[in-house]
Design a protein around this ligand. Structure first.
Ligand code: CMX
Ligand code: CO
Length: 150
């Protein structure tokens, strides 16, 4: 079951400058940064609040590592802004299959590695009324997940 907003993904040209804006304007701090080559991004997670299922909600800032990555292509066409939304669940495999069974294209056969050791998949925006939608299961507490890396 999808139980929370895990994060909002925001495409930006300059990760450090955008993170500085969020810090100066709202007081949100960067909890974690990493490069995810497979996803073609350098990213920063800004924790907004914890939730009662043990997960949390974040702003995910995304700077493309190449022009032909999903975020690079998006930036070239649309400029900076909201790129995707991500719903949190305790079982991404189960929920992705359930959505697939309803005729929505799930982009990956198996969930892949996301931020902070999470497991993620995406739903095609053309099947979701124009919204690129991610489903994510956070890494279990105490694993090489939340708060680690940089
Ligand atoms: N939101 C809404 N629509 C989008 C979109 C987005 N983020 N990205 C692309 N589209 C739309 C385009 O506007 C375009 O629509 P039109 O044909 O009407 O113009 C259509 O999808 C095809 O766009 P494209 O630029 O040709 O892009 P591709 O088909 O090559 O790829 C997609 C689209 C969704 C398959 C690709 O972006 C993808 O695989 N995304 C998932 C991975 C990802 O986004 N990773 C980065 C984030 C990592 C993370 O969150 O951790
Ligand atoms: Co994301």
């Amino acid at each position: 079951m999808l139980t929370r907003i895990d994060h909002i993904g925001i495409a930006c040209h300059d990760l450090d400058a955008t993170a500085a804006f969020y810090r100066a304007t709202y007081g949100f701090e960067v909890l974690h940064t990493e490069v995810n080559e497979e996803q073609g991004v350098r990213e920063a997670m800004l924790r907004i609040n914890g939730t009662d299922d043990g997960g949390a909600s974040y702003i995910q800032l995304l700077e493309p590592v190449s022009a032909d990555s999903p975020v690079g292509k998006w930036l070239a066409r649309h400029g900076e802004g909201v790129h995707h939304i991500a719903f949190g669940t305790d079982d991404v495999d189960r929920d992705a299959e359930a959505v697939r069974g309803k005729g929505v294209r799930v982009l990956y056969d198996e969930p892949r590695r996301g931020s902070m050791g999470s497991r993620i998949t995406f739903l095609h925006p053309k099947d979701c009324h124009g919204v690129l939608t991610e489903i994510v299961t956070a890494a279990p507490p105490g694993t090489a997940g939340e708060g680690s890396g940089h």
